[in-house]
Ligand binder design. Structure first.
Ligand SMILES: NC(=O)C1=CN([C@@H]2O[C@H](COP(=O)(O)OP(=O)(O)OC[C@H]3O[C@@H](n4cnc5c(N)ncnc54)[C@H](OP(=O)(O)O)[C@@H]3O)[C@@H](O)[C@H]2O)C=CC1
Ligand SMILES: CC(C)=CCC[C@@H](C)[C@H]1CC=C2C3=C(CC[C@@]21C)[C@@]1(C)CC[C@H](O)C(C)(C)[C@@H]1CC3
Length: 470
């Protein structure tokens, strides 16, 4: 273990913060510059919970994603990007460079069947979320010292969904026809994301001060609507952000993949190896996320980010309608894999998954119980917050081994589509940008949280995601 003495002087401020807010995880948000009202300061000092909404909100002065202009552009252009990508995907040419782009006519954007399907889909998943099965877990400690409870039954929801889809196939429901409804389904999901974000923004003005995310209160309506003002909006015990993060969108993604597979069978008589690989890889990824559902409670999205348009749109539209573009692409652009290339792709996905799972599990285990036999012999750096940083094992290899594994998998999901088009590589390109940006956000937060100890860690583990490259 590297001694903390040399680093300590650098984070006196953090120590003071920790003393001021017993049991609270202020540090998670400390990268945001905060202006607290006198009332809040006094409440924090006395360790009281901030229960009343009468106090003024903490004011955010730092913005991300390009500030107001960036947020406005994302709100306008991302939904259009989804429609563009889907339209290109089903077009014969499949080229993102074709001009004018093959956009669908207005009349194809709306279909009442899509509204019906989306309503049934969300209702089913709300019911599955509310089912009293599985354990109940506590999230991290909030600013007011409390911890929220979350149902861990996402894996059950996935299993029930798979059974329901199989039953639909058995009774002869033409699920493959959903392929032709992709665009109206996406339009309808965009509508849900906008309505939900408006609701979230409006209700945040009734939320108590301690329930607001520290990064979402600039006072600019566009930016705050985009980034999200309230940290954990709930209707009773129903947690809206947690529900959206893992259920309707993530499970919807693999169900849409299965639809693509059925469409391919309808068109060509049997599924291709490429289609089977894309379906299997992505089902493994989603199953893993739901099997390890508890781990999502400590991600940046749940702990730090407010719930606004970014996550609502990301969870409900972006994930289900763009993460599975490879399968949609294969329906209209079949690609035959040689056995050796199929094996090489399976190997790549296997390596990626191994790195992703092992590194995430190692960190989760270490954070839950640093004395556990699987992690107690790892080298660590002490920090003034009381937490330690791993400096050997996966987290001594690069600073984000889990991102590296995720990226290898992303590549393995695109390769089954061959090299004729760029579209199936959209996910791996977008994902690289997302992870580089996410890494920078996390880096800022860790530097603020751990001060000099983080610098020591960075000098010990110089590469962020890819060894010797980045
Ligand atoms: N498919 C997709 O679209 C996306 C997938 N992901 C995946 O989600 C997973 C979670 O990612 P994300 O939430 O971004 O962040 P991470 O799981 O990488 O968590 C980062 C946090 O881990 C802790 N940490 C960092 N370094 C160390 C260390 N050396 N020792 C101990 N703890 C350390 C710090 O928190 P603390 O010290 O407070 O514990 C840090 O804030 C990843 O596998 C990622 O690939 C993420 C985004 C999108
Ligand atoms: C372009 C745009 C609006 C982006 C919003 C970002 C979101 C799409 C992603 C932010 C973090 C995510 C995570 C997952 C899915 C994508 C989003 C929502 C995740 C649920 C995927 C499965 C993983 O195993 C995970 C649970 C670790 C992961 C958590 C983060």
């Amino acid at each position: 273990m590297i001694g903390p003495a040399s680093a300590r002087a650098g984070y006196q401020g953090h120590q003071r913060q920790r003393h001021r807010v017993p049991h609270a995880h202020w540090t998670d948000d400390s990268c945001c510059k905060l202006i607290l009202t006198g009332a809040e300061e006094r409440m924090i000092k006395s360790g009281n919970r901030m229960k009343s909404s009468k106090h003024k909100s903490p004011h955010t002065t730092d913005t991300e994603f390009g500030g107001v202009i960036g947020a406005a552009c994302i709100i306008v252009f991302l939904p259009l990007t989804v429609l563009f990508l889907l339209s290109v995907c089903v077009s014969e040419e499949g080229s993102v460079f074709r001009w004018p782009p093959p956009l669908p006519p207005h009349s194809d954007l709306y279909d009442p069947r899509a509204v019906f399907i989306i309503t049934v889909w969300f209702s089913t998943h709300i019911l599955l979320y509310l089912l009293p099965v599985g354990k109940v877990s506590e999230g991290l400690v909030l600013r007011d010292g409390s911890r929220l409870k979350y149902p861990i039954n996402g894996f059950h929801a996935l299993c029930v969904t798979i059974v329901l889809v199989c039953m639909c196939v058995c009774v002869g429901l033409p699920l493959a026809h959903l392929y032709d409804l992709m665009v109206p389904l996406a339009v309808c999901a965009v509508g849900v994301a906008f309505l939900l974000s408006l609701y979230l923004y409006a209700r945040s003005f009734w939320a108590p001060v301690h329930a607001l995310a520290l990064g979402g209160n600039t006072g600019n309506a566009v930016y705050d609507f985009f980034i999200g003002r309230e940290l954990n909006p709930r209707i009773g015990l129903f947690d809206l952000k947690y529900f959206c993060e893992l259920r309707p969108g993530l499970i919807g993604w693999v169900v849409l993949n299965a639809v693509m597979l059925m469409k391919e069978v309808e068109l060509h008589g049997s599924p291709s190896v490429s289609m089977l690989l894309v379906n299997a890889f992505q089902l493994l990824y989603v199953t893993d996320a739901l099997w390890n559902e508890e781990a999502v409670l400590s991600t940046m999205d749940i702990v730090h980010d407010g719930f606004g348009f970014m996550l609502a749109f990301g969870d409900l539209v972006w994930v289900p309608f763009t993460y599975g573009l490879q399968a949609a692409f294969l329906v209209s652009h079949p690609h035959t894999l040689t056995p050796s290339s199929a094996l090489a792709i399976i190997l790549l996905n296997g390596i990626g998954y191994y790195v992703f799972r092992k590194s995430n599990s190692q960190k989760n285990q270490f954070r839950r119980d640093p004395t556990h036999t699987s992690v107690r012999n790892l080298e660590t750096i002490a920090t003034a917050t009381g937490k330690q940083l791993l400096v050997s094992g996966w987290w001594g290899f690069v600073r984000h081994p889990n991102y590296l594994g995720d990226l290898l998998m992303a590549l393995a999901w695109s390769l089954p589509c061959g090299f004729s088009h760029i579209l199936p590589y959209f996910y791996v390109l977008y994902f690289s940008v997302l992870l580089v940006h996410r890494e920078a956000r996390d880096e800022r937060q860790c530097r603020a949280k751990y001060g000099a100890a983080w610098q020591v860690y960075c000098s010990r583990v110089p590469y962020r995601i890819i060894p010797y490259i980045y």
